[in-house]
Structure formats: structure tokens, C-alpha cells
Design a binder for this molecule. Sequence first.
Ligand code: WT7
Length: 571
Amino acid sequence: MANIIEKPETITPRPNLPDYDETYRTFEWKNAYDQVAWDDRGRLNAAESAVDRHARSPLKHKVALYWQGADRNEEYTFLELSNLSNRFANVLTSAGIKKRDRVFIFLPRIPELYVSFLGIIKTGAIAGTMFSAFGPDGLYDRLHDSGARCLITNSSLKKRVNEIKGDLPDLEQIIVVDETDVAEGEISYPEAMKKASDTFDVAMMSPNDPAFMLYTSGTTGKPKGVVHRHLAIVQQHMTTEWVLDLHDNDIYWCTADPGWITGITYGILGPFSCGASVVVHDGRFDPDAWYSVIEQYRVTVWYSAPTAFRMLAQAKDAHKNHDLSSLRHICSVGEPLNAEIVHWGMRAFKLPIHDNFWQTETGGILIANYPSMPVKPGWMGKPTPGITAAIIDDNGIEVRRGVEGNLALKPDFPSLMLEIWKNPRKHAEYFMGDWYLTGDRAVQHEDGYYLFIGRSDDVINTSGERVGPFEVESVLIEHPAIAEAGVIGKPDALRGEIIKAFVVLGDDYEPSDDLESDVRRFVKARLAGHAYPREFEIVDALPKTRSGKIVRRMLRAKELGLPIGDVSTLE
Ligand code: WT7
């Protein structure tokens, strides 16, 4: 651990920004409540604070959303976005959607996704998002567990929904965004929107009422539904302003899809709340296309992920073919940001990439290389104002600086999840004494900066996306030839980790190339692309505890040639 304690090199911050130490020392959440919009009965609505209040302000004709699609581009002002989401809220209300009903979105990054997300929240219903790469199994888990009453999708994604619709008794309505001639029991978005009024009486909610939810992976069990409350907008607003340094004269690009929390908090709610113009690029990763987005929209603030920056760094001189001079601030989240990538960023963009840390469950940034602090390449940064972080041992006792332990937080910040949907036991597992546990291991340096060490469980982080080994194993064993499966994350220079599957074949099956390609096809059809194991290995047996649990750490140790550790509880 000696290398961690050394004084690392830092990159000096820009001058004239709010002082970190002073803000951290004096800040209290209640002093930030007036940054969002409340009624005189102490109620708020996250969508109202994000968009509607700007539609009533001098910003109303400012572009809120610049959308770049494959063959056309569109722009929506704050007023237009407010009116369209009002219309959609009316569509839902006419369809019988009430407060707390779950309404899910299964769409690519098209304007209707943003309109419907805001519209759902305005009705007081709970908006759920799903990444458009999900296959039928991923969809079923989410729609079934949440008991979603309504789903918004398009004609091509609808085919995957149709495969499972019969097993979803709660799913009463499907709204199709690109069809006027819809099937029985479906609603045509274009038709319904045309008829709906663009005024809507936004449901003002209690701070702790749920606003949106999304599913994330743990070590065991199916993905769990993380529910966030309307009050989270306070922290989403403040961290967008402080950490992303976003203001109402910025053009901002967040590369994350709203199927993940980053695409919601810092792709929709936070940036709109700060009055910034948000750029949405509905396309796949490609260095030239990405740099063209920055160039074309004159993007000033850019939020992306280490895996994307690593792929851009591999594209060598691609940045030199574009005018990227509009950029003034760059941030990164999702997995450890390698120091060499920060240095590459300095060369390519003349700007440091600011790493920050948070989780689906925390709804907003917790630890960051704050814009006014020196950037310490390789380190996550310091707790943002209003956040108390600590490193604790397995008994919940704080350890000395420089010692590795569990990264924990005081659970007293507005964007911490409200609950795990219908699963209070899972929710309780996150807490120990006065602390919320992140499930991550970290070290705090003498100077206060935190360094990420790794997960304390088997959760895999591939290209910044969280994958539970259990979900992948469950799909693998659905294949008739596979008797058992154990799945691990294997370190990878580009993706952080890749997924490797160890499988045991059933008695009647022999390993062959045909079998392997059949398994690959099978898994690919059922799991979202990122959850697909890039490596397979057929083994005779899996290491297990006496109680029959697969010991993934042994699979990992074997794979990496590491010491196997304590085996006293093994079979
Ligand atoms: C997990 C949360 C909300 C951000 C997107 C991911 C890892 C996140 C960092 C970072 C090292 C990081 C942690 C965390 N992680 N940011 N800056 N450095 N690791 O959200 O899918 O809920 O994943 O991602 O392991 O617990 P998520």
C-alpha cells in the first residue's frame, strides 16, 4: 500500500471558483432547499423544478434539449418541453394513471423518452427507465417486480415486450410512440398527444414521495428496484452546479443513457434544473461522431465514463480533426479513472478530467474532484458539501487515514434512495449502525482525498456498468446443456472488467465448438449486450461452500493466478 501514501502529483484548478473548504464547512442541506421550486404548503415536484419553473422565467425560449438523431436533429425550448410533458401527463391521466403507479419507459434516446419521463413525474406516478438493449428476461424482471401499469415503447422494441406481456398481469397499457394504427389495448402516442391539452395541474408532492425508480444489480438475487424521492432534486441541482460546474449559459453533454442513473440525474433532472442546454446524441460510440457532437453544439461541459475516455485515447489523434475549443470542464464517473487517462486528457483537451464517485442508490455525486480543488489523477476526490464520508472496518469503526476499509456515508443527504421496491430486507442490508455502506473498499489519504480500491462483493463493473454475477449465471443455466455456472469479472485494460463464465455441462453433453456458439447465441438473446460474457470456460466442477454457494473469489483467484485465501468453509 506504500504507493498510496506518497504525495501524488496534482493539477492546479482554475481560479475564481467557490472555495471547497469554506463551502464544505458551512454548508447545510436546508440552506439549499430554495434552489428548487416549492409551493406554500412545503411540497415540490422534481419535474416542475427541473423544467416548468424555467418555462415561466426569462429562460423560457432558451433551448433545453438539443437532440441529434441518426438522420435528423431537433431542438426543444424549456417552454416546449414543459408543454409537451404537460400533454403527456394528460395522456396518462386520461388512461387512468394515478399517483404512485409505476410507469416504465423502454425507448432509445429519443425526445419522447425525455417528454414522457417528465410527464410521468408531473402526475405523481413513479417513472421507471429501461435501457433499450434489454432482452425479454431483463424487461420481465423489472416490469414484473415493479408491477408497472403502463409502458412507453416503440414499434420495434415492442416485439420484445410482446414475448412476455402475457406474464405481466399488472401491465394494462402500452403507449407506442411511433404508430398511429395501434393494436387493441394500446395507445398511439402521436394521436393521444394531438388531442391532449398542454396545460396540466402538476401534482405537488411531499419531499419523501417517490419520483422515479430504476433497477441495479447486487451479488445475489435479481436486480433490485431503487426508488428515489422528489427531494433528491435538491442534491441533484447542487451537485450539478458544484461538481459539473453547470450554469444557465452552458451547453452540456452527458453521454449516459437514462436507462442508468447518470442519464437521469445528470442527463435530465440536474442539468435542466440548472437551466443548462442539454445535448442528447442518439447514436453508438464512435470517436469521430463523439468529437463532432462537441464541435457541432459547442459543448462547454462534458460528463462521460472512464471506458469511453480510454477508447477515445486509443483513437490516437482523432481529437485533432475537430475544434474542441468550446470545452471548459470535463467529468467522469462509473469506475476508476486511470491517472494516465487524466494525463491524456490534459494533452488532448488541455483540461483535466475530473473524477467523481457515486452510485445508483445515492442518486447524486458523493465524492468528487471539485472544480476549485487541485485534481489528483487516479483519486476520486473529496466528499461534496453536505456529505459525510468515512472509511470503516467490518465492525463499523472508523479507521485511520491511509488504511483501507469500507467506504461508508452518513445517510442524511436528500438524494439517498427512499427504499428498495417491495424489499425492506435488502434495504436494511445497506446500513450498519449510523452508516450507509457503499459496498466499495477505499482509502482516505492524509489530505482528505479518497482512493478507490475495489468492490467488497462479487459485483462486476464492466465498462462502467454494474452486472450481478447471479443474473448472468441464472440465464446460463437456462440453457439445456449447462448444469451450473459461476461468473466473475476479469480485469481488462479497456473495459475495467470483462465478464467470464465458468460452466459445468450436464451429463449428456460434450464440449464442442457448436455447443459453445449455441450457448453464446442463447445468452446474447436474453441478456443486454453489456451483461454478455466475453469469455467462457468449461470446467468439471465449481468451487462451493459447504452450504452450496459458488465461491466466485476462488474462480477469480484461479483465473488471475492469485492466492486462494481462506478455504475453511469450502466443500
Ligand atoms: C459503482 C456504482 C452513479 C454512477 C454510475 C455507476 C463504481 C462509480 C466510481 C469512481 C471508482 C466507481 C463503484 C460504485 N464507481 N464511480 N469514480 N471510481 N469506482 O453507478 O451502476 O450504481 O455503480 O460503480 O463500485 O459502487 P452504479
